[in-house]
Design a protein around this ligand. Sequence first.
Ligand SMILES: [Zn+2]
Ligand SMILES: [Zn+2]
Ligand SMILES: [Zn+2]
Length: 133
Amino acid sequence: MTEEILNKKEVRITPMRQLLLEFFLEKNKVLGLSELEKAFPKSDRVTIYRTLKTFEEKGIVHGISNGTTEMKYALCHDCQVANHSDFHPHFSCLKCEELSCLESIFIPSIDLPGGYSFEKVEMTIQGVCPKCQ
Ligand SMILES: [Zn+2]
Ligand SMILES: [Zn+2]
Ligand SMILES: [Zn+2]
């Protein structure tokens, strides 16, 4: 499973990459760097961070910065190498503080004034998630 995904995304297979991807598939939710550090105590922070950066470049995960200092990551669906297509908002629960992808909502493209170039758009919605209702 992980090998197939890594091959498809043109990522060289290493044990760390396989482990990390496996963890994302298993958890199937937004994961913060500190959570990943706890899950892989034998790996140092830099290695985990670099792996995530590679995944991000290859369209395997997308980074989410929701205004907090910690960067979070979630699996991509149908993103291409070096070209993310997951323009969806993220939901931040005020009770359990979990972050989730709202993949059914599409953020429309934004017409920027001349001279500005588009990189990405981030939208975070705050409220109470279904689990905490
Ligand atoms: Zn993506
Ligand atoms: Zn919640
Ligand atoms: Zn997302």
